[in-house]
Design a binder for this molecule. Structure first.
Ligand code: ME8
Length: 511
């Protein structure tokens, strides 16, 4: 695989960016940085979902037009990701003109193939989810996510013959066991497919909703928001031309949370089949974040704003917490105390300490200049092995979306390096002039460990990776490309900078 096309959901503009959106963004940004550093041709897509009842209602409540409202919140999403240093390649808005044309083109194509018909439908509709519910999917008559009773909607609409594709979809899932991962979500989709699949209502009459993309074959209707939104993944790729589309689209890795499994695991692949477009490569599904055990909600007043967290703790500390505290695929719980203790324990005491101790000893004993390195002793080999092992374990975990385990592997490396300092005791050896060559070797090994640490940590904590390289006074280009052979990363006589505290200890939660 030499290419990858990574996507996040496009977020609804009826809410401001919060912890949940940020988690998906951080996961995909980490994956994108990891892939780029390994030399993969990587494209990272995100954006905003701006049509539909829900957005029209939210705009109505603020007195803005839907477009002015969507412009405002979409800009807020974009500026939040920029402030967090998320490096996406394209930000799509479903109100973009090229997207509108693409959606209409696909609708025409699916219609031409005979998969769209006109009919009447009555059903229970949840505006929060923007979808119809079957009676049996409800809990006590309410939408399980929004805890409100869906509205009974009965009207004439256009339908997509989704039912036609049930068997093909099942066969695809059976033939590709890790297509939807982790497995629990594959099983959930198989569960949906155990029942006969119904056709999908893909329009809304303009008499009820105007805020959407016109159906190309009947201007009295707009497109159902999910039929419009899912196509963002392909319209953004198509925008870059046919060669890009053909090369990147089949390498698509979608990242979503479990809340939108059905649209991505059932509607989307059947839509692609009907439009004659190849399927995506993987659907990667993560769990849901709660806040101190509760669902995050405006009414509970516990919505976590990412920029408030990064202002308080720094971007990398927040990223670290999100990636380290959750197991991809399972739910996770946000607690500020846990964030603080992880930052103090893993980042300040382990990683930060290694950097500052190494640099201060190089300053103290060699005025910042890297000394000669002489014959390695067994402990030196062990240190080298710790970093080779960390690199290969990180690779293995990233293949399986084990972000937390990759970070654990990395910290085992830096922990080993801290122990190496204790075991080799350069500060004691330095008291004897005859031992200075050995002290030099130890510090050369530690500087090498820092270079490897910077490269390994950068996809997860980009600022930290960059800052370590800066302290080592080497070019940021050194973060990518093949790893240098151990001992060959930094030259004798190269001057390192004076130490700084990368992660000052956080004493208590500021009020
Ligand atoms: O569903 N924990 O948009 P949305 C983890 N527009 N992730 C969370 C989360 C939480 N508590 N809350 C939100 C939509 N997310 C559609 C998508 S895609 C073609 C259209 C994240 O704004 C997670 O990625 O409701 C989830 O899938 C997404 O936000 C839902 O965002």
């Amino acid at each position: 695989m030499d290419r990858t096309y990574l996507t996040t959901p496009i977020f609804y503009v009826n809410a401001e960016p919060h912890l949940g959106h940020t988690y998906t963004m951080v996961v995909v940004d980490t994956m994108a940085r990891y892939c780029r550093a390994r030399g993969l041709d990587t494209f990272f897509l995100t954006g905003t979902d701006e049509h539909g009842d829900k957005i029209a209602e939210a705009a109505g409540a603020t007195g803005e037009t839907p477009k002015a409202y969507a412009d405002r919140i979409s800009t807020l999403f974009r500026s939040t990701w920029d402030a967090l240093g998320i490096r996406y390649d394209h930000f799509i808005r479903t109100t973009d003109e090229h997207h509108r044309r693409f959606v209409q083109h696909v609708l025409d194509e699916v219609n031409r193939r005979g998969d769209i018909y006109f009919g009447e439908y009555g059903g229970l509709y949840c505006t929060g989810c923007e979808r119809f519910y079957l009676e049996k999917e409800l809990v006590d008559g309410k939408c399980p996510d929004h805890k409100i009773a869906p509205k009974l909607v009965k009207e004439e609409n256009y339908f997509f013959r989704m039912s036609r594709y049930q068997d093909r979809l099942l066969a695809h899932i059976e033939a590709h066991p890790d297509w939807i991962r982790p497995e629990r979500y594959r099983n959930e989709v198989l569960g949906f497919l155990r029942e006969p699949l119904e056709d999908l209502c893909i329009s809304r009459p303009k008499s009820r909703l105007e805020w959407g993309i016109d159906l190309p074959f009947d201007r009295n209707f707009v497109t159902y928001v999910w039929f419009d939104a899912l196509l963002n993944y392909t319209s953004a790729a198509a925008l870059r031309g046919e060669a890009f589309f053909d090369g990147f689209w089949p390498c698509a890795e979608h990242f979503i949370a479990k809340d939108i499994l059905k649209p991505h695991g059932v509607y989307w692949p059947t839509m692609l089949m009907a439009a004659g477009i190849p399927l995506y490569r993987h659907l990667n599904v993560h769990g849901y974040w709660t806040v101190e055990g509760d669902k995050m909600s405006k009414s509970l007043g516990n919505v976590i704003a990412p920029l408030a967290m990064t202002a308080r703790y720094g971007t990398d500390a927040f990223r670290y917490f999100l990636l380290r505290e959750s197991v991809f695929g399972l739910d996770a719980d946000f607690r500020e105390e846990t964030l603080v203790s992880r930052c103090n324990g893993d980042l300040a005491n382990n990683l930060g300490n290694l950097v500052s101790r190494t640099l201060s000893m190089v300053q103290r004993y060699f005025q910042g200049k890297l000394p000669e390195r002489s014959r390695p002793e067994p402990l030196d080999d062990e240190l080298e092995r710790a970093f080779t092992t960390a690199a290969s374990e990180i690779h293995e975990h990233m293949r399986n979306l084990g972000f937390n385990r990759a970070l654990e592997a990395l910290l085992r490396g830096t922990d080993r390096a801290n122990k190496y300092i204790a075991e080799t005791a350069p500060f004691t050896l330095a008291k004897q002039p005859a031992q200075m060559p050995r002290v030099g070797t130890i510090l050369r090994n530690l500087a090498e460990a820092l270079l490897h640490t910077a490269r390994l940590v950068a996809p997860f904590l980009p600022d930290t990776g960059g800052r370590i390289l800066d302290l080592l006074d080497v070019s940021p280009d050194r973060l990518a490309g093949p790893a240098p052979r151990w001992g060959e990363g930094l030259a004798t006589g190269h001057v390192l900078k004076a130490p700084v505290a990368l992660f000052p200890r956080i004493d208590a939660r500021p009020s």
